[in-house]
Design a protein around this ligand. Structure first.
Ligand code: CP
Ligand code: NVA
Length: 300
């Protein structure tokens, strides 16, 4: 089987390639590839939604590898006037060596990859956020050692793009994943069903999810695009806050992760996100090591 040329979902890649990606990211973090392996290469970044970490880690990561990153805002390009994805993907493929895309609709990223003749990396869609969860896994292996399969991960809150990517990661890495999502906010049913053969359980109760977990993780109650539902969601997620009481149910060495940006006092208590178990800034740093490793895998 040929390996995919793109990185759209974690589940698109084999466990072996994903493990090699984590190893590569560790070597990148430890100072390998200082010889500018992407010299003369250009990576285009297309953003349909705001970003701090994804944009900056990609731009800086490409520069550190000797290449050039080009920011394309949809509104400032002809895409904003309706030029088709297929034409845009084919044209950009003749100028640049890879494309990172952050798009509202997952299908747009998939269509981009279908028409591009160069690698496409998913920098977040409404369905998944694969670069982020690979950075989270790098943080997990740094903390607990190279084999995550013996670990228990608790997801608390919205069954959103992050939850879906954790499901894909559980499928490929074999760790146990318990998700506590309120009714009506479950993960994507197709992704949940695909992960069902692994150690995945959808529970309603955050305490049950957190029981003896090595990793407790959550995300905002209203993702980008859900802004109009903030009040409704605040009511639905009221019992889904990661606080010290919840962390006390987790494993004694448990860590807390959050992809950021966060809303302190909503999905997470300040004492947890700013407390000794939090690894959020290491996690954010790992976005840089992961995107560099991904680009080395895809275009070197
Ligand atoms: N976590 C993450 O993807 O952050 P940005 O939206 O700032 O890129
Ligand atoms: N679930 C969040 C993640 C942000 C990095 C969102 O999609 O807005």
């Amino acid at each position: 089987m040929t390996e995919p040329r793109h990185f759209i979902e974690i589940a698109d890649w084999t466990s072996g390639r994903l493990r090699r990606l984590l190893d590569l990211a560790g070597r990148v973090r430890d100072g390998a590839f200082a010889d500018r392996p992407l010299e003369g290469r250009t990576v285009a970044m297309i953003f349909q939604k705001p970003s701090t970490r994804t944009r900056v880690s990609t731009e800086v990561g490409v520069a550190q590898l000797g290449g050039h990153a080009l920011m394309i805002s949809e509104l400032d390009s002809q895409m904003g006037r309706g030029e088709s994805i297929s034409d845009t993907a084919r044209v950009l493929s003749r100028y640049v060596d890879a494309i990172l895309i952050r798009s509202s609709g997952h299908e747009r990223a998939v269509e981009f990859a279908r028409h591009a003749t160069i690698p496409v990396v998913n920098g977040l869609t409404d369905l998944v956020h694969p670069c982020q969860v690979m950075a989270d896994l790098l943080t997990v292996v740094e903390e607990f050692g190279p084999d995550p399969s013996r670990l228990r991960v608790a997801w608390v809150g919205d069954g959103n793009n992050m939850a879906n990517s954790w499901l894909n990661a559980a499928l490929r890495f074999g760790f146990s994943l318990r998700l506590a999502c309120p009714p009506g906010y479950e993960p994507d049913p197709r992704i949940l069903a695909r992960a069902a053969s692994s150690q995945v359980e959808l529970v309603r109760d955050p305490e049950r999810a957190a029981e003896d977990a090595h990793v407790v993780t959550t995300d905002v109650w209203a993702s980008m695009g859900d802004e109009g539902e903030e009040e409704k969601r605040a009511a639905a997620f009221a019992g889904y806050r990661v606080d010290e009481l919840l962390m006390a149910r987790a494993h004694p060495e448990a860590i807390f992760l959050h992809c950021l940006p966060a809303h302190r006092g909503q999905e997470v208590a300040p004492e947890v996100i700013d407390g000794p178990r939090s690894r959020i800034f290491r996690e954010a740093e790992n976005r840089l090591h992961i995107i560099k490793a991904l680009l080395l895998d895809l275009i070197r």
